[in-house]
Design a protein. Structure first.
Length: 123
């Protein structure tokens, strides 16, 4: 297999990430969670039974989705650098200059032993 064929095979195996569609999905999810959170607080207030632990749990879920939306927006703003790919651990998209995954914290780049790069010297 030639080098060009190998590069093409690798490019085909990587999943395609449609960030604009993902941003639209996340925006809808944020709106739904905000609506639900507001309704939840209203219902608790009407019943005079405010449960802060439940509100905090729902707010944390909303913050998580908002963080994902912010990262997708950041990547789209820097689209000229292109999205380099997805995290091998969690599948989140990352930009070309990312060192660690923004979602799970795993390193994006693999560490390679210098002996593998320069070959065994002085056995």
């Amino acid at each position: 297999m030639s080098a060009t064929a190998k590069a093409t095979a690798v490019a085909v195996e990587e999943p395609v990430v449609d960030l604009r569609r993902r941003r639209d999905e996340l925006e809808v999810k944020v709106a739904e969670l905000q609506w639900d959170l507001g309704g939840l607080v209203y219902e608790m207030a009407v019943r005079n039974n405010i449960r802060v632990d439940v509100i905090v749990k729902r707010a944390a879920a909303l913050q998580d989705i908002e963080a994902q939306l912010a990262e997708v927006d950041r990547i789209l703003r820097h689209e000229s650098a292109r999205t380099a790919g997805t995290c091998n651990s969690c599948g989140a998209p990352h930009s070309a200059n990312a060192g660690f995954c923004w979602q799970c914290g795993e390193p994006i780049l693999r560490q390679v032993d210098t002996a593998a790069i320069f070959g065994e010297q002085g056995s």
